[in-house]
Design a protein around this ligand. Structure first.
Ligand code: AMP
Ligand code: ZN
Length: 140
């Protein structure tokens, strides 16, 4: 069995499990993190299964990075956070839990302490509402 068969992000790419999408193109997919570290926490992934930064093909890395900037600009426009953390983990020892290349975009507010990951599953309607605002900003 291939590595991607049981990979949760490959399952999202294949539409086998649901996600709240922000953006999609030939090489990348962006969707809401189900356990957000803060409201608006978005993931940008490569569609190709590749575990981490060390192994991703340059073309996929470039495609993800360009979309990270576009989605971050849309989050800024839609949610006006005070700042934004962009992070990416390589290996369990670094805190990686899903071994399919992805970048976190985490809106931050002045004076609020946030972790790298959220603890609790977000309310689906709240995620949907944030996603709609970010999608609208992306399209405008
Ligand atoms: P990392 O530690 O960088 O591998 O983070 C993986 C992230 O994926 C975590 O923030 C999880 O909350 C998130 N995550 C895991 N499964 C899903 C899913 N089915 N849909 C959306 N986000 C997910
Ligand atoms: Zn995968």
């Amino acid at each position: 069995m291939s590595e991607s068969a049981n990979c949760i992000f490959c399952k999202i790419v294949r539409g086998e499990i649901p996600s709240i999408k922000i953006h999609e193109d030939a090489q990348t997919l962006s969707f809401m993190d189900v356990r957000p570290a803060s409201p608006g926490h978005t993931l940008v992934i490569s569609k190709a299964h590749t575990p981490n930064l060390l192994e991703i093909a340059e073309a996929d890395l470039l495609a993800v990075t360009v979309v990270v900037q576009r989605v971050a600009q849309a989050i800024q426009k839609a949610l006006a956070p005070d700042g934004m953390r962009v992070s990416q983990f390589n290996g369990a020892a670094a805190g990686q839990t899903v071994f399919h290349y992805h970048v976190h975009i985490i809106p931050t507010q002045e004076g609020q302490r946030i972790g790298a990951h959220g603890r609790d599953q977000a309310d689906a309607q709240q995620l949907e509402s944030l996603a709609a605002q970010i999608r609208a900003a992306l399209g405008s």
